[in-house]
Design a protein around this ligand. Structure first.
Ligand code: OAD
Length: 230
């Protein structure tokens, strides 16, 4: 069975109403993402960082999967390909669309993490700096999100999947953030065909064998239909 690894970024959730990071207007209260999504920012002003993620958690909860998420779930459910989604997104729209094999390499808004003891639990809707950890009771709770300078989750599993992939597809990501931005090269080196689906060519566009340009809600279902008709 053909193995497909699909990397997704903020662009796949844009038409669900969730803002991307680097497009026009991709700022939060005048801050660049690098100014709130770092361990240093959290040490400096934990309330500000919690507010940023509380707001994003509320936005994600109010959003619905769009036709692109649904198409990827349909591709997996059809059972003709082995599909793994590696998402940089911290929303749960892939799961809510019905995708099963999903790796959240940058963490998830649904998770809380104790910075003191490493305990993980389901995040409440609103988190605050003084929240005690349920395990060690220290007020060191943070969102279970991978910040700049931290190691993304499940990299061994991801690199293994990239090495074994027949097809690597990148959807709705600008190619600014590593290691995800290098996955196309990792997969190609291991022999996979590579396809980019994005609103505009990403920074690494020339590394892909093929590209389709347009909004995800149109081009992802079109691509899945072509694959399932073949
Ligand atoms: P970006 O905001 O950098 O890029 C979004 C990409 O989606 C751009 O290339 C857009 O052209 C494209 N796009 C926008 N609307 C689209 C649509 N309707 N259909 C298809 N594509 C569309 O977001 P990411 O690449 O996901 O990390 O950013 C990567 C990481 O940077 C994030 O996971 C986050 C951020 O810092 C962390 O927080 C660790």
């Amino acid at each position: 069975m053909e193995k497909i690894v699909i990397l997704t970024g903020a662009g796949i959730s844009a038409e669900s109403g969730l803002r991307t990071f680097r497009d026009a207007g991709g700022l939060w209260e005048g801050y660049r993402i690098e100014e709130v999504a770092t361990p240093e920012a959290f040490a400096r002003d934990p309330a500000l960082v919690h507010d940023f993620y509380n707001m994003r958690r509320a936005a994600a909860a109010a959003a619905r999967p769009n036709a692109a998420h649904a198409a990827l779930a349909r591709l997996e459910a059809a059972g003709r390909h082995e599909v793994l989604i590696v998402t940089q997104n911290v929303d749960d729209l892939h799961e809510r669309a019905g995708s099963v094999h999903v790796i959240h390499m940058h963490g998830s808004l649904a998770g809380a993490l104790c910075a003191a003891c490493g305990y993980r639990w389901a995040a409440p809707a609103v988190m605050a700096p003084q929240d005690p950890c349920p395990a060690c009771a220290r007020p060191a709770t943070r969102p279970d999100i991978v910040w700049f300078g931290e190691m993304p989750y499940q990299m061994d599993r991801i690199w293994q999947a990239l090495r074994q992939a027949d097809l690597f597809v990148s959807i709705g990501t600008s190619g600014n953030v590593y290691p995800a931005a290098a996955f196309v090269q990792d997969a190609a080196r291991a022999g996979a065909r590579t396809l980019e689906l994005n609103l505009e060519p990403s920074l690494g566009a020339r590394d892909f064998d093929e590209a389709r340009i347009g909004p995800a809600s149109r081009i992802v279902p079109d691509w899945v239909d072509t694959l399932l008709r073949a």
